[in-house]
Structure formats: structure tokens, C-alpha cells
Design a protein around this ligand. Sequence first.
Ligand SMILES: [Zn+2]
Length: 226
Amino acid sequence: MLVSIDDERLIAGFTTKFGGVSSKEYESLNLATHVGDDPKKVSKNREILTSKISAKKLIFMEQIHSDLVYVVDDFNQKLPPCDGVITDIKGLALCVMVADCSPVLIYDKAQDKIAAIHAGRAGIVQKIISKSIEKMNSNPKNLSVIIGPNISKNCYEVKNLDLGEFNKFIKDSKFDMNLAIKYELEELGVDNYKFLNICSHCDDRFYSYRKSKVTGRFAGFIMLKG
Ligand SMILES: [Zn+2]
């Protein structure tokens, strides 16, 4: 686990492949049920994460590369498929699963509110980060944003794709996802952001869909303590 924030109010970070019970392509801490792994092992892996961060509950999204963002205000709420989730409930860990897409974690220190966002190419083009921040009703100056391991521009070839206003972040057929996210955050007025700058495709601690089609998913997690 890479822990980016762990203080009295908040824990936020990213899992790696290590420390779980899945085998073969999914070895070992695969947190996704939709990738062909044994569901019992995924449940066990999710239990391991729950206990490591002392969460009351983990929330996973059914991610669909959309711009849909929901607020969770009840512990037992069921989420429709979406790619962004917001809460102010303590002990509820918001999780985003990735293997090359960008896991984006947001903390609003003024409202004590958090968000987890799945921002791949499609999500970025649909402005899911802006839409999430808008839904949080946050003053951008109060936000801390962490962008976890994702595929770097050197490894992210996009041939003949039209990304609209984000085309300017394609150079030599390679899309610079982090630069696109940085641009969006700065446009919004967010200046407290941190990129881990770890390439999921190059770094063997992480799952990479581009590297191995059949693979697991690691997660970004964020939780208010208490
Ligand atoms: Zn790479």
C-alpha cells in the first residue's frame, strides 16, 4: 500500500498488487470482481483492505467510463453505475479501481468531504473531475487532490483519436493524461494537487491493462476517520 495521507482526520492512498490472496494473472491483491477472478478471493482481498485502513465499509463503484458522480449520504445506499463518488460519512472508504486509468482522490478540508474519481481518457474528456468538484460544492482553494499511479505519456499511445479540447495533450500519438488533469485542475482554481507520477504500465507493483489484458485492478482509497 502506498499511503499518501494518514492523519487524525483522513487516510488516503493506493493499493499495490501485494498482500492479497488471488493467484495467477490476478496475484495477489486484486480488488475487482469484473475481471474474471474468483469472487471469494476478491471478497477476501477487500476484507484485507478494510481491516488495513480500519474502515467500517468500503464503497466500490461499477465503473463505466462515464461522467456520472453520486453523493453517498447513507451507509447502506446502493450506487448506480458511475465513475465518481462523494461522501462526508466517517468510516466509509471510497474506492476507485484502476489498471492504467487515473485514480483521483479529493479532500475538502473546509467541508470535511471526500471524493474518489475514476478518470481515464473518456472521463477526462467528459470533464468528470470538474463535475465532481462542482457536485461537492467546494471552494477549489480548500481542496487537496492526489492523482495515483496511472499510465504515463510515454506508454500511452492513442492512434487517430479525437479528444476534442484535450487533443492538445497528444504529442507523437501519445496522450499525456497527467498534463490534461493538471490543466483541468488549474482551470478550476485548484492549486493543491499532487501527482504520484508512477507509471502503472512500467512499474510492476501495479496492474496494467495495456500490458496484460487479463489482469487485476488496484485501488485508490480515501476515508474520513471517526
Ligand atoms: Zn510507462
